[in-house]
Design a protein around this ligand. Structure first.
Ligand code: ADP
Ligand code: XUL
Length: 522
């Protein structure tokens, strides 16, 4: 019997997938939605309310409570946790958790008390700045200046200083919350925090997720002293050295053995970023396949065949959890924008897909820029002006608005992923919105490329289970991919060649409008 658990602590939910490698089956696929199931945290979309639209934090205790709820639910549905032989997982990237003391004693969490009550006193700062935060523009400039310029930071870390990245966020905590920073002995990413809960001891950050901090030297795989010094004093002491993604960070803590019936000694493999984990869950650890994840954010990513950085500074290079590197471009206004438009017109996802089917390709040249919250690719600040929103408010025809927002998103993905090189031969899509046939059609036509999806929907949680099976179970990637990563035979969207011209024209209008707006940024 060989069961492996993968967890995915993402923006709006925590998910678990358990695979049975002897039968090649997914035996558990369960999720807890933060907004609807944990309303006490006042985070309908997984994010705390804030008066400043640039500030986006989450409550780390919400993730802790979700973990308990998820493990309880799966057990109540009849699954026996003692079957699990290895655990790994993923977290939304960049978010940071600040601890007063490192976790040293695996037995410190007592099963007689809730985990939330035992983690609360450990936090030196009560909330976690997360990937949607764009409030660190000043800090990015300061880091660039102290480290020898944006280009130098790009060269060392694979990205220019980026507002949502952990280094600039840590700098802001140091500047604005000096007492909390002083009290902090250990800083975690969401990924290493979740792994630490499971082992009861501090788990180090893996090389994949570490690359989203503006602190790692991609060449050496170590924290870079210049970047650490440019970020905040004493930072080196608050970070454990980064580790290879396949590292075993400990074994399941007594808390989970006593409370949920896990078997003692079950290894926990380092957690990684959600996009990295999706790369594994989509069987795309080697270069060749271009992936798009349509989650809360939209991301375009691929394993890389050699080091290359985005000359425009929007794209990133992260560690590939199976070795080497991956490229990634993140669009903050992904499902967030699609939800906004559907909410405004009272459309459910079925009507959303139908609206796309009932409207013409390129929509008579209409564009609807999806910048409802501050965007990272391209950089459009929130709170200044939501570009496109005047058009949106004036929009009369809901169906056209829906097509327009998705077409504009797809054009943006195409333009800003060109630096990856090699036009894709096939796009594989995952994430909640990859279930929507209307969205798949537009992506296929805009990219002029066939679009496929996968049989297992949650690629990030599946990636966690596969990483556990590979590292803890010694099962080869090839074997795991052939058993668990299959394209959905029912979804094969071929591009319509007649759409090519219409989208070339729309792309020109898109470039013109966007370039004019970006010129006003400076
Ligand atoms: P994350 O991992 O970022 O939390 P998911 O990949 O789970 O996100 O995707 C969740 C999002 O997918 C939801 O917030 C919703 O907006 C979107 N979604 C779910 N079903 C559909 C659908 N049929 N069509 C379009 N979007 C959908
Ligand atoms: C990637 C990014 C997001 C988060 C949330 O850089 O910020 O995709 O990982 O999913």
């Amino acid at each position: 019997m060989a069961y492996f658990l993968g967890l995915d602590s993402s923006t709006q939910s925590l998910s678990a997938i358990v695979i049975d490698t002897s039968e090649g089956r997914v035996v558990v696929d369960e999720s807890v939605n933060f907004g609807s199931e944990l309303p006490a945290y006042d985070s309908p979309q997984g994010v705390l309310p804030s008066n400043d639209p640039r500030v986006r934090h989450s409550d780390p205790l919400m993730w802790v409570e979700a973990l308990e709820l998820l493990l309880t639910r799966v057990r109540e549905r009849g699954f026996n946790w003692s079957k699990v032989a290895g655990i790994s997982g993923a977290g939304q990237q960049h978010g940071s958790v600040y601890l007063k003391e490192p976790l040293r004693d695996a037995g410190r969490f007592k099963s007689s008390q809730s985990l939330v009550d035992q983690v609360r006193p450990l936090l030196s700062y009560p909330s976690s700045p997360m990937w949607m935060d764009s409030s660190t523009g000043e800090e990015c400039k300061e880091i660039a200046a102290a480290a020898g310029g944006r280009e130098r930071v790009l060269k060392i870390s694979g990205s220019i200083p980026i507002e949502r990245f952990t280094g600039p966020q840590i700098r802001k905590i140091w500047k604005t919350q000096p007492d909390a920073y002083r009290q902090t002995t250990e800083i975690h990413l969401v990924s290493s925090f979740m792994a630490s809960l499971l082992t009861g001891t501090s788990a180090a950050i893996d090389l994949g997720d570490a690359a989203g901090m503006n602190l790692l030297d991609l060449g050496t795989g170590r924290w870079n002293t210049t970047l650490l010094d440019a970020t905040a004093p004493g930072l080196a002491a608050k970070l454990q050295p980064p580790i290879a993604s396949h590292t075993r960070v400990g074994t399941i803590a007594p808390y989970f053995i006593e409370r949920f019936g896990f078997r003692p000694g079950v290894p926990v493999i380092a957690f990684t970023g959600d996009n990295h984990s999706s790369l594994v869950g989509m069987g795309a650890i080697s270069p060749g396949t271009r992936l798009i994840s349509l989650g809360t954010s939209d991301t375009v990513f691929a394993a890389m065949d050699g080091p290359r950085t985005d000359p425009n500074g929007y794209g990133h290079v992260f560690g590939n959890p199976a070795g080497g590197f991956m490229s990634l471009i993140c669009f903050t206004n992904g499902s967030l924008a699609r939800e906004e438009v559907s909410k405004r017109f009272g459309f459910d996802w079925g009507k959303f897909a139908a609206a796309i089917q009932e409207t013409p390709t390129a929509n008579g040249g209409r564009l609807l820029f999806p910048f409802f919250t501050s965007e990272t690719t391209p950089r459009i600040p929130a709170g200044v002006e939501l570009f496109g929103s005047p058009d949106f408010v004036a929009w009369k025809e809901p169906k056209e608005a829906i097509r327009a927002v998705v077409e504009t998103q797809a054009l943006s993905m195409r333009r800003f992923s060109e630096w990856i090189g090699h036009p894709p031969k096939q796009l594989v899509l995952t994430g909640g919105a990859a279930r929507n046939p209307g969205i798949l059609r537009i992506v296929a036509d805009v990219f002029q490329c066939p679009v496929r999806t996968l049989r297992v929907g949650n690629a990030s949680a599946l990636g966690g289970a596969l990483r556990a099976a590979q590292a803890a179970g010694g099962i080869a990637w090839k074997e795991l991919f052939s058993a668990f990563v299959a394209l959905d035979p029912d979804v094969n969207v071929q591009p319509d060649p007649q759409a090519r011209l219409a989208y070339e024209q729309l792309a020109r209008a898109f470039d013109e409008k966007l370039n004019a707006r970006l010129a006003r940024n400076v």
